[in-house]
Write a protein that binds this ligand. Structure first.
Ligand code: NAP
Length: 254
């Protein structure tokens, strides 16, 4: 029996990671802030026959991250798969005097993966096996405010980690989805109404493909051919076009 720790495991993509990892026989450690919702998620997953721990933690809080890192690195209770998934959409402008939301985004979606990934990599290297999956975003290829910047960090950090881990038996994979129907947009108050139906990917497919990519040792996981094509196009597009997309997407903010 192997153990997976999933952050942001009570909703959306993280809940789907927890379901699919449980279905393939992993014991689980679920991390999120809402303790009641964590307990409800754990009870549903235990009913499928796996063992589930919960850690009610705010990953914007360094002491909370340290507690989760200690669990990830515990040599007596190995964590075989780390899924750095917790995150949220940012709506404030980079020029706003109050930078608290942008700082929290860096804490949850950059610093927490860095600290948990380091704890996991060091413990997994000693055992010669393990997977570190980080949910970045297709936004890493564009310039959509602070969210793109923090997801670009998550993607490049994960790519760098994968290079450092080559030959150790441990892999790092960055999942980079486009739009996925979860609680993400509603929680952030983002208007997702103008996005055409074909542009969405469901969480089940994102996670299924990502777990296969992680098993194959792939560095990047881009769900669906259309999003692979989008990433390729954005990678090679003139920056002026990328900036024009960024300007257009500003209209999605409330
Ligand atoms: N949905 C999309 O279109 C999309 C596209 C690309 C990438 N992503 C990325 O995918 C990841 C998952 O997003 P989602 O769409 O599944 O969102 P979601 O449905 O809103 O779920 C977010 C999860 O993260 C947890 N969380 C949020 N802030 C946290 C914090 N400070 N500490 C601990 N846990 C926290 C939430 O639980 P609590 O509120 O209880 O803490 C919840 O379990 C994020 O990193 C997001 O940036 C999403």
């Amino acid at each position: 029996m192997t153990t997976a720790l999933v952050t942001g495991a009570t909703a959306g993509i993280g809940a789907e990671f927890a379901r699919q990892l449980a279905a393939s026989g992993h014991d689980l450690i679920l991390v999120a802030r809402d303790a009641a919702r964590l307990e409800a998620s754990a009870a549903a997953l235990r009913a499928t026959g796996v063992s589930v721990e919960v850690l009610a933690t705010d990953l914007a809080d360094r002491a909370g991250v340290a507690t989760v890192a200690a669990r990830v690195g515990d040599p007596d209770r190995p964590v075989d798969v780390l899924v750095n998934n917790a995150g949220f959409g940012t709506v404030t402008s980079l020029g706003d005097a109050d930078t608290s939301e942008q700082e929290r985004a860096l804490d949850v979606m950059a610093t927490a993966p860095l600290v948990l990934g380091a704890a996991a990599a060091s413990a997994m290297k000693r055992r010669g096996a393990g997977q570190i999956i980080t949910v970045a975003s297709l936004s890493a290829w564009i310039t959509h405010g602070g969210y793109s910047a923090v997801k670009a960090y998550a993607k490049v950090w994960s790519e760098g980690l994968s290079i450092e881990l080559a030959g150790t038996g441990v892999t790092a994979t960055a999942l980079c989805p486009g739009w996925v129907r979860t609680e993400f947009h509603e929680r952030a108050g983002l208007a997702a109404t103008g996005i055409p139906g074909w542009a969405w990917v469901d969480a089940e497919r994102c996670v299924r493909e990502c777990l296969a990519h992680a098993d194959a040792g792939r560095v990047l996981s881009l769900p669906t051919k259309r999003w692979k094509l989008a990433a390729f196009g954005l990678q090679h597009a003139p920056r002026a076009l990328v900036y024009a997309i960024g300007r257009r997407m500003q209209g999605m903010r409330p």
